[in-house]
Design a protein around this ligand. Structure first.
Ligand code: KG4
Ligand code: ZN
Length: 384
């Protein structure tokens, strides 16, 4: 505090005496910010507000360091009947939800806006209109209360969700380097994580993501969106050997799910031509066989990656990591292969702002603040 005050005083004096050029103003601002961050870090009391709005969940969370004080998620039921997320409806629902969601998160955490050290927001990847709502809201709050903004890559958030702690208990954290199988609606990747700010994608899908494939197969069975959780539930009552679907042959650690989707579609088309009640009569078996194939594909490459990099700390992340068959299989393989496996708490699997806040916390510690002209980014490839 004393260091801060002295620094601010010198800075203000110099500024009023016009001895600082615009460049030195920026440098001084940055140094001053870093001193504030260092000061807060040494006092162990950094408070981060996280905001997530990349797809169809509006979420806000408050963290004190890495401990979760509150987490609020408003999911958008409006998309269910359309069989997928409608971008315009998602943006509008974010607009309706964001103020009450942030307000509730602050109240549940028992903190006021002025106690927030930084606002971490999802800059991308995701739907542009959805991201724009979270980004613009963050800017408004940042200007009004003079709080720095920290941009977060949504996928880094999913991976770093393993470092969020709960108020009543610490959760198990993987050691660096670890491998994370990141499976969501938009991405399927194996990521080698060396540090919070040092990650390398060592395998990725060359077409559809696993979650996307599950959702599309669910749609052709007439199930509502998102189909992943419903397939999870129905599969428990089915026979996973009942149907055989094509498995991809892709080089290295990469994935492909579009062939499986087509194979599933053809099985349904041919069988329904012979028996119009085929889907209804075989739903559980179809779900179990499809899921079994998806899990096989995912886990095969993960085993390969673990051997290749000789890494045995294995984490799961993303919406599909809520899947019970995938979780059980990872645990079973882990036990067999002497892995330490890290399955996220269910509340940290699908999109949430706690993961954005923790990823923002690590960036904030490094003084990586975002400028006010930061714009959302839709595609992963364009992210920093
Ligand atoms: O991470 P997420 O919430 O959003 C993206 O970043 O994409 O992931 C959403 C995906 C959807 O495809 C959804 O069907 C899938 O996660 N999902 C599941 C389960 N829960 C969510 N898939 C299989 N089993 C589940 N229990
Ligand atoms: Zn996600």
């Amino acid at each position: 505090m004393i260091v801060d005050t002295i620094f601010v005083n010198i800075f203000v004096t110099l500024l009023t005496e016009k001895e600082l050029s615009p460049l030195s103003y920026i440098i001084t601002y940055k140094v001053n910010t870093k001193i504030t961050i260092l000061h807060n870090f040494m006092n162990n009391n950094i408070t981060i507000l996280g905001i997530e709005s990349s797809c169809d969940d509006t979420s806000a969370a408050v963290l004190r360091n890495t401990t979760l004080l509150s987490s609020v998620i408003a999911s958008q039921a409006v998309h269910e009947k359309y069989g997928g997320v409608i971008p315009e409806l998602a943006s509008r629902a974010h607009q309706q939800n964001i103020v009450p969601v942030v307000d509730t998160a602050l109240k549940e955490a028992g903190v006021t806006v002025d106690q927030i050290d930084a606002i971490a927001f999802t800059r991308g990847p995701g739907l542009l209109g959805s991201l724009m709502v979270g980004t613009s809201f963050t800017k408004g709050l940042s200007i009004a209360h003079n709080i720095p903004m920290v941009e977060v890559n949504h996928l880094h958030g999913h991976i770093l969700s393993h470092f969020v702690d709960l108020p009543d208990r610490e959760l198990p954290h993987p050691n660096y380097p670890f491998l994370c199988l990141l499976v969501s609606g938009g991405h399927t990747q194996i990521v080698k994580v060396d540090a919070p700010d040092k990650m390398e994608i060592v395998g990725t899908t060359i077409d559809d993501a696993a979650g996307e494939a599950l959702d599309k197969c669910a749609k052709v069975m007439g199930l509502p969106y998102p189909g992943g959780p419903i397939i999870d539930r129905l599969a428990k009552e089915g026979n996973k050997e009942a149907f055989k679907f094509a498995k991809p042959r892709v080089e290295g650690l990469n994935y492909s799910f579009s062939g499986l989707k087509t194979s599933f579609l053809y099985t349904l088309r041919d069988s329904v031509a012979e028996n119009e009640n085929f889907i209804e009569q075989n739903k559980a078996d179809l779900c179990a066989s499809l899921l079994h194939t998806v899990v096989d594909i995912l886990v095969d490459k993960l085993i390969k990656a673990s051997k290749l990099y000789n890494i045995k700390d294995i984490a799961l992340g993303g919406g599909v990591s809520a899947n019970s068959a995938l979780r059980a299989r990872i645990e079973a393989e882990g036990a067999k292969r002497h892995w330490r496996t890290f399955l996220p708490e269910l509340k940290f699997t699908t999109d949430n702002a706690a993961m954005i806040a923790v990823a923002g916390y690590y960036r904030y510690l490094k003084g990586e603040l975002s400028p006010l002209d930061a714009t959302p980014i839709a595609r992963y490839e364009e992210m920093i």
